[in-house]
Design a protein around this ligand. Structure first.
Ligand SMILES: Cc1cc2nc3c(=O)[nH]c(=O)nc-3n(C[C@H](O)[C@H](O)[C@H](O)COP(=O)(O)OP(=O)(O)OC[C@H]3O[C@@H](n4cnc5c(N)ncnc54)[C@H](O)[C@@H]3O)c2cc1C
Length: 501
């Protein structure tokens, strides 16, 4: 194969995965990352004796047949060591009722569900059927949204007759499914679903697309599952870096892509970067852009009708959320009654607090100590344009408020914290270069999910999008699926045989 040069922007999981697949396939790939390390929102940072997962703390898709597994098999590299989460999460509605254990074993989960939400089995059974259909479809390598005939063919080839049946729900929400099943007045069930769906789709039960929500709700149970990585989340990126090194890809760290310009005469992209005080220029036939599309339009140095129309489309996207994340460490003996690595707790002021607890000896803290990370959703605009004094006051408020909620939940004495610090949307903006600190992808509501979403094929020749704003949404598994999709599109655009994973 003649080796074509492809530039991938960003070494988060989307960039690492797309670069790994394309280089393994034989393309000459250059991967440019503005940070000093890979991983992006699924990376880590070190503080004192601790390693903290920056954003993502649990991984889907490591099971046999899961998306990470399939990609690692193609790359011929071993999967990072991980433990299945069982329960994957304990959800405390903070209403005096028994917390809900989301068990890995399907039978145990059905028992728990029936006990916690009597009369809801019709709803769960419908979700299961829809999910089975979704899964078959996703495993057939669909491309969506489709933007040309080849994409459309991939989409149609992935469909099975049962997808046509569930397809009638394309504009439905999870609440519509509750109504169909007569569970729409079950306030406790709605509260639980709101919490879980917001975590994975950035939307509540009224606004999560039914076809997305059903799959999200089955991710903890066998044959799927959520996993806790040994050592840290960085293990996933490190493994992908091994594949890149094997296939001759050097990641250009500390180098920021500032401008992308299409040279229509030579039919090439000119990519302008800055590293320290030095400026560089690279040329390539294709560019895969993995930071959020909201930053792409600021990077493109183009002036055409097509570009202006595309810019308007990106600018009209709904604004994603930000996150406030609390990173702490505590002695294992001072954290009592822990039965899960993850808790989701309702707090009247904070909303949903998602807590991730490391395991003694898993590499994140010295033996006898553990790290505890807790995150809440934040409105990015609340953190824009404020002076340093107000910023510090707000930070202090959230640090105390989150500490307090966790102390109450786990009966911790305040003097027992070994470490505490907080990241705000501004910290995420600095760390990942995501505009205003937007994290996660676009809310997966019926107007933006699947065929109504943002396509990886842009109207600009050779410019591709990948990452958590592209089908099928956020999370390391979602962005890996989008990496497979963009790799397939690029490979096909060069006239090579249809590549599937
Ligand atoms: C608090 C929080 C908790 C989460 N929890 C989970 C979880 O438990 N499980 C899960 O699966 N997912 C979770 N997620 C979501 C998940 O982390 C992301 O969806 C996923 O990691 C995004 O990967 P990405 O490669 O698309 O983007 P990113 O991780 O943002 O990577 C983009 C990369 O591009 C680089 N970059 C940006 N601009 C430029 C530029 N101009 N030039 C060069 N490089 C650039 C950035 O430095 C970054 O490394 C969580 C996210 C957050 C914030």
């Amino acid at each position: 194969m003649s080796k074509t040069k492809i530039i991938v922007v960003g070494a988060g999981i989307a960039g690492l995965t797309s670069a790994a697949i394309l280089s393994k396939y034989g393309f000459k790939v250059t991967l440019i990352e503005s940070h000093s390390q890979s991983g992006g929102c699924a990376g880590t940072f070190k503080r004192k004796n601790y390693v903290f997962d920056v954003g993502a703390t649990q991984v889907a898709g490591l099971e046999n047949g899961g998306i990470h597994s399939k990609i690692f098999e193609f790359l011929q590299i071993p999967l990072p060591k991980a433990k299945i989460l069982d329960p994957s999460c304990v959800v405390d509605l903070n209403d005096g009722t028994r917390p809900i254990n989301i068990w890995h074993d399907s039978k145990e989960w059905i028992r728990e569900r029936n006990m916690q939400f009597p009369d809801s089995s019709k709803f769960w059974n419908l979700c299961y059927l829809i999910h089975q259909n979704n899964w078959k479809f996703a495993s057939n390598n669909p491309v969506l949204p489709f933007n040309n005939l080849w994409d459309l063919r991939q989409f149609l080839n992935a469909l099975s007759p049962t997808n046509l049946l569930t397809g009638i729900l394309i504009k439905s929400s999870m609440f519509d499914l509750l109504k169909i099943c007569g569970s729409h007045k079950d306030e406790r069930l709605i509260k639980f679903l709101n919490l879980q769906l917001k975590l994975y789709s950035q939307e509540d039960v009224f606004n999560t697309a039914a076809l997305y929500g059903c799959t999200v709700l089955q991710m903890s149970q066998n044959p799927h599952g959520l996993f806790h990585l040994k050592e840290s989340m960085q293990a996933l990126s490190k493994a992908l870096e091994i594949s890149l090194a094997k296939n001759g890809v050097n990641i250009l760290f500390n180098e920021q892509v500032n401008s992308l310009n299409y040279d229509s005469k030579d039919k090439l992209w000119r990519v302008f970067t800055k590293k320290g005080s030095n400026n560089f220029e690279y040329i390539s036939q294709d560019v895969v852009y993995t930071p959020p599309p909201q930053s792409l339009v600021k990077t493109l140095d183009l002036n055409s009708e097509v570009f202006n129309k595309y810019t308007k489309k990106i600018e009209s996207l709904p604004e994603p959320s930000g996150a406030i994340v609390f990173y702490s460490a505590i002695s294992k003996d001072n954290l009592k009654n822990v039965t899960s690595n993850h808790y989701q707790v309702v707090d009247n002021d904070l909303g949903s607090l998602f807590i991730s607890i490391s395991e003694d000896g898993d590499g994140r803290a010295p033996i006898g100590e553990i790290t505890l990370i807790a995150s809440v959703f934040a409105n990015i605009n609340d953190w824009q344009g404020i002076n340093k004094e107000l910023y510090l006051i707000k930070k202090d408020y959230f640090l105390k408020k989150i500490s307090n909620t966790i102390e109450n939940k786990f009966k911790i004495s305040p003097e027992n914290w070994l470490h505490r610090e907080l990241a705000t949307p501004l910290s995420f903006e600095r760390w990942t270069n995501r505009p205003k600190g937007i994290v996660g992808g676009l809310g997966q509501n019926p107007d933006i999910f699947g065929i109504f979403g943002l396509s990886s094929r842009t109207p600009m020749r050779g410019l591709w999008l990948c990452g958590d704003s592209i089908y099928p949404g956020e999370g390391t598994a979602g962005v890996s699926q989008s990496a497979v999709m963009v790799a397939r599109q690029i490979i096909a655009s060069k006239g090579f045989s249809n590549f599937k994973i």
